[in-house]
Design a protein around this ligand. Sequence first.
Ligand SMILES: Nc1nc2c(ncn2[C@@H]2O[C@H](COP(=O)(O)OP(=O)(O)O)[C@@H](O)[C@H]2O)c(=O)[nH]1
Ligand SMILES: [Mg+2]
Length: 359
Amino acid sequence: MYQAGIVGLPGVGKTSLFNLLTRAGVQIEKYQRQTHIGVARVPDPRLDKLGELVRPRKVTPATFEYVDIAGGLEGQMRDAQVRAHLRNVNVLNHVVRAFPDPDSPDPVSTIHPARDIDALEVEMMLADLETISRRLERLQKDLKKMKSPELEGELHLLARLKEKLEKEIPLREVELREEEKKIIRGFMFLSEKPILYVLNVDEAELPRIGQVAALYALEARQQRPQAAVTGVCARIESELAELEPSELDEFLQNLGLREPALHRILRETYRLLGLISFFTTSDEEVRASTVRRDSSAQKAAGAVHSEMERGFIRAEVVRFDDFVKAGSFAAARDKGLLRVEGKEYRVQDGDVIHFRFAV
Ligand SMILES: Nc1nc2c(ncn2[C@@H]2O[C@H](COP(=O)(O)OP(=O)(O)O)[C@@H](O)[C@H]2O)c(=O)[nH]1
Ligand SMILES: [Mg+2]
């Protein structure tokens, strides 16, 4: 399962966002010092449509795990505990305060997202610099004892990354070759992770939520590699998570919203990470799964079940639109809308797939 780490300064709305995404219902209290882990169900209208057509016993959405990192440690990215929590996350959600907060040590007037973003970015880059410096020292010692082209290669790469960090360029913006990515994978650098800035705005700003980047002068940020900007009013929108579907539409309309925040945030996250969804169907279960764009059919089978990947024989594929047109897998086959693909087939967003596999 893909995982996101929710980070940001104290009191900016991290736990409120966590509640919104996972429906965990964590009590919001000031200065709460607990880390929470929960799972979001990824909304996808296509899955709902397939459920209506197939009428299986269960409909299973894709899931995305969220870690809400707390403590007196918030924002202190060099803290060992924080880093341990963030090691394996695929993406950071940096929550940035854009609502007036009378309790903030800052005067209300200074809603200043760019400054808060930079503050955390610097922390992450310092944490990475520490890691690199330690490793460089070690490498220099070892290389004095014996020659090793491999270690020399690592040394040169790390020296280059160090230079970038010293110029305040986060590692996610450094272009690396595949071999280089492999060399540094184990370090789990923080500034290398893709980042979604989530501006937590005042309720009154909700009708303009689609334009937050422009409203807070973050267009340049948004255009940087592996970064994206979105907005939320965590306090109000987490309350929506409690509503019945029948009440939801009216509530959204009153707030000037087109869709719930969960849709907005996960769509941005999928785009940022280059993720796609595909579907598997049977009488038993209709299910959405997540893979990186350009994943092979065999790899995708593994996202459903490891046995499907191991025993992969072939994939029978119907495009989502064709499936809806035909109404069922069998009808799609009869109409010639089904393709038989091998293990190297690149799965497309919205593919409906039957995997044939041997156990
Ligand atoms: N006005 C306003 N207050 C918010 C918003 N989101 C969170 N808060 C308040 O900010 C405080 C801290 O929220 P919390 O989610 O615990 O922040 P955390 O410390 O970053 O986890 C709480 O009192 C929330 O009610 C928001 O969108 N608007
Ligand atoms: Mg919190």
